[in-house]
Design a protein around this ligand. Structure first.
Ligand SMILES: NC(=O)c1ccc[n+]([C@@H]2O[C@H](COP(=O)([O-])OP(=O)(O)OC[C@H]3O[C@@H](n4cnc5c(N)ncnc54)[C@H](O)[C@@H]3O)[C@@H](O)[C@H]2O)c1
Length: 428
């Protein structure tokens, strides 16, 4: 099979994850160009992949001013910097692995899917859950017809209270006006997953939700703006930044993000806690995204779905799928899938074991990070035979469920999806 030459736009957490896969699979991929404004991140990727200096750029604009330098581009910039590079890369004929969300507005999502279709390039949005062994096993049960006709689904995304505090209170995705509403930023995976599992079109959506807890109203008396200023409540506060970022030296994810580099020193973390967003008291941030939300959906054939996203839990995903022949209970955190068969009235454990891809980076999103890279490689070589890949039209249409649900939450309405999509297209 043909080795795929990759360009990387955005050498942050996600960019490093995908290019690490390339490094571990030199027979599949070669990273030949990088665009990243932060010098030490750009140099890190350049050194790991032996990228020539003339193929290192200070931003995606400079990279995309060049004629096409690679077969495909990984767009791993932040949410508000997906649209421009995606449209330019499509124009240049790059195939694209595009981080989610495809774009922060419904109109931009529609524009990307139309442009990709017109140009005939392949754009895959990083809905990594589809590529996990766990949800592949759930999908197999459904496709084998063991549940019969699916009539009802209850799906929960338990974000985890600490994850919420890190990403959606202190961190990058705390403000819907800067990145995207919570449903798009966090739960676009779940809305995509539900639609993929059911295999039907969503026709109506309704939502409620609020930011209830991570607000100034819940600030304990006398808490300083930054935990490191000697908060009198530190010992009892599970969100104490000193504990989470400085003392827990094994939490590489949090430390790398707070320090904005790979393996920052304790001095660098301390400086970040004094100066950066991750040092702030969780009750005194400028966050505005919800910390709990429900979405009710009606799919074709009157399949009903209730989805809940909430911060107040340990974390994990749970999916209960109820069909005319059986019921499936999938608990991702416990790696457990149970199938109750109506005929036999027996409960069967479904194996989640899948194909071993690469032990070292298999952990990322339950194997989804390596799974999507493997699928992307096979897809670009025309030999992908799985059922997980979602083309850009499917991903963007599923994003539109999130936008419509957000409209419902804010305007207190029930949104008809077809009418919503027509309205979005007319506004382009
Ligand atoms: N698929 C998933 O499960 C998943 C998980 C986490 C994040 N994400 C998404 O991945 C994207 C990146 O997230 P991240 O955590 O890696 O963020 P990050 O901040 O670590 O990385 C983004 C990088 O883009 C760089 N950048 C900024 N301007 C640029 C420009 N003009 N040209 C090139 N690079 C530029 C930044 O300097 C930074 O290094 C986000 O859209 C996020 O929502 C997806």
């Amino acid at each position: 099979m043909r080795k795929i030459r990759l360009a990387l736009a955005g050498a942050g957490m996600r960019g490093r994850t995908y290019t690490d896969y390339a490094l571990a699979h030199p027979e599949q991929f070669e990273v030949v160009a990088v665009a990243e404004p932060v010098a030490h991140k750009r140099e890190y990727i350049a050194a790991r992949h032996h990228i020539a200096p003339e193929y290192c750029f200070e931003g995606y604009r400079e990279l995309l001013e060049q004629p096409r330098l690679a077969d495909a581009i990984l767009i791993c910039t932040m949410d508000d910097l997906h649209f421009e590079p995606a449209m330019k890369a499509i124009e240049l004929g790059y195939d694209i692995l595009l981080e989610k969300p495809a774009a922060p507005t419904a109109q931009q999502c529609a524009a990307i899917m139309d442009a990709a279709q017109e140009k005939g390039v392949r754009v895959i949005v990083c809905h990594v859950l589809r590529y996990t062994d766990f949800y592949a096993a759930v999908k197999r049960v459904i496709d084998q017809g063991l549940l019969g006709d699916i009539l009802s689904v209850v799906h929960t995304e338990a974000v985890g209270h600490i994850h919420q505090s890190h990403s959606f209170v202190r961190g990058n995705w705390r403000r819907s006006d800067e990145t995207a509403p919570m449903l798009l930023a966090k739960s676009c995976h779940d809305l995509d997953l539900i639609q993929w599992l059911i295999g039907k079109r969503c026709v109506q959506v309704q939502s409620f939700g609020a930011l209830s807890y991570f607000t100034r109203a819940h600030m304990p008396q006398g808490a300083p703006e930054r935990c490191i200023q000697g908060c009198p409540h530190a010992a009892d506060c599970c969100y104490d930044a000193v504990k989470l970022y400085l003392k827990d030296e094994n939490n590489h994810w949090f430390r790398n993000v707070a320090g904005n580099k790979v393996n920052p020193s304790n001095e660098e973390i301390e400086k970040a806690l004094w100066e950066g967003p991750y040092g702030r008291c969780v009750y005194q941030c400028d966050n505005n995204v919800v910390d709990h939300q429900v979405v009710n959906m009606r799919f074709e054939g009157d399949t009903t779905v209730a989805f809940t996203m909430a911060a107040f839990n340990q974390g994990g995903r749970h999916t209960r799928i109820m069909g005319t022949k059986g019921e499936l209970n999938a608990d991702m955190r416990r790696d457990s899938i149970e199938l109750f068969d109506f005929q036999t009235r027996e409960i069967k454990q479904i194996s989640t074991a899948g194909q071993e891809i690469d032990g070292s980076i298999r952990d990322g999103h339950g194997g989804g990070d390596s799974g999507i890279m493997q699928a992307f490689y096979e897809h670009l070589n025309g030999v992908y035979h799985g059922n997980a890949l979602g083309e850009i039209v499917t991903s963007c249409t599923n994003h539109l469920i999130a936008f419509a649900a957000e409209e419902s939450r804010v305007q207190n309405t029930v949104v008809d999806l077809d009418a919503y999509i027509d309205r979005v297209r007319a506004q382009r």
